[in-house]
Write a protein that binds this ligand. Structure first.
Ligand SMILES: *Cc1c(COP(=O)(O)O)cnc(C)c1O
Length: 354
């Protein structure tokens, strides 16, 4: 068995990339910021651009301290391993990224069990969490951490309200559990709610945000929490090989993204709504109402699987991702314009009706 990704077919150009907001390319201005970055040795504490990014991101999220890591996946793994001991239980939505998309990292690295909580739109309520709390006993795994995803990716890019988050955090804290947020698309939520990120994550003990999704940087994520937590987390960062050297070049791209690519996420959300409206008018396609930059749709009424439809669109340079047999996901981001959305709708219509 090989787990290596299949090499992309570069002979067919991609014109409208709705596959993922991870596939954005750094803009020329972002690359210039990278070229101009002051650098040092990140792992030796002497890279000024990394420190600047950490301070900026910690302030944005209203936390005492932050660390720069290569990916969001590593942020989750470092956080779980720092918060928990082997045998502990983490409670997260059944569709959470840590459950299904991190190669079993929670079991393999932190040694924790993850209990999947049910709930529509990738979210669970405080009542659902309360019902999953087990009495402390010799038998049950020690429940240590609650994990929430903002926005809930497989839930449809849905936004947790501040109130729902605070209710969940209150239940967790009342039972002595900590709260960790996978904030891969936290800034999409902040823009959609019109609420500062720090307010959204006030109830979370730790939180990270990704720079390689809609923010458009080539690499990097920042994990934030108390000074004590970040201090301890550094051992896991080092252990997993997440301590970098001239990280400043990438940190500069992330700082640039915070300065220039946050407010514009509103354009992606508007484009998502346009795409959803257009796709919903195609016979046989049903669309989940988008809340941010992700548009999930069903192809079932067309008789085509999501993969069938993707294969028909690929020669036209249009790509989306497949979430399930009949469920597709189209992602809006800074490399997709409003005009391209209109073009994509026309090509989808043509592909379905072919
Ligand atoms: C993309 C994503 C991650 C992982 O982030 P990487 O930077 O790709 O490792 C984690 N959680 C969610 C919800 C994501 O969408």
């Amino acid at each position: 068995m090989s787990y290596e990704p299949k090499r992309f077919d570069f002979s067919i150009p991609v014109r409208i990339n709705l596959y993922s907001d991870t596939q954005t390319r750094p803009t020329r201005a972002m690359k210039q910021a990278m070229l101009d970055a002051d650098m040092g040795d990140e792992q030796g504490g002497s890279d000024p651009s990394v420190w600047a990014l950490c301070d900026k991101a910690a302030a944005l999220m209203g936390k005492e301290a932050a660390m720069f890591l290569p990916s969001g996946t590593m942020c989750n793994q470092v956080a779980l391993a720092t918060h928990c001991r082997p045998g502990d239980e983490v409670l997260a939505h059944v569709d959470a990224h840590i459950q299904g998309a991190e190669a079993g990292g929670p079991g393999a690295i932190a040694g924790v069990m993850v209990r999947g909580l049910p709930g529509p739109r990738g979210q669970f309520t405080a009542e659902t969490l309360e019902a999953a709390i087990t009495p402390v006993s010799r038998y049950a795994p020690p429940q240590r951490l609650v994990e929430v995803e903002q926005t809930a990716n497989k839930g449809g890019g849905t936004v947790w309200s501040v109130q729902a988050l605070n209710e969940v955090a209150a239940v967790a804290h009342r039972h002595g559990l900590l709260v960790h947020m996978d904030g891969a698309r936290l800034m999409n939520a902040a823009v959609a709610l019109g609420v500062p990120a720090s307010e959204i994550v006030a109830g979370c003990d730790t939180v990270w945000l990704d720079f390689t999704k809609g923010l458009g940087a080539p690499l990097g994520a920042v994990l934030a929490g108390s000074r004590e937590f970040i201090g301890e987390a550094w051992r896991w960062k080092q252990r997993l090989g997440g301590s970098m050297r001239q990280g400043g070049m990438n940190a500069a791209a992330c700082s640039y993204a915070l300065d220039h690519h946050v407010e514009r996420l509103a354009e992606d959300h508007a484009n998502a709504r346009s795409l959803a409206r257009g796709l919903a008018q195609i016979e046989g396609i049903t669309v989940e109402e988008p809340e941010t930059n992700l548009v999930f749709f069903s192809t079932e009424g067309t008789g085509l699987t999501a993969a069938d439809l993707a294969a028909r669109l690929r020669p036209h340079g249009v790509m989306f991702s497949i979430s399930d047999t009949y469920r597709g996901r189209a992602c809006l981001h800074l490399d997709v314009s409003a005009a391209q959305v209109e073009e994509a709708i026309a090509l989808f219509r043509q592909a379905v009706n072919r």
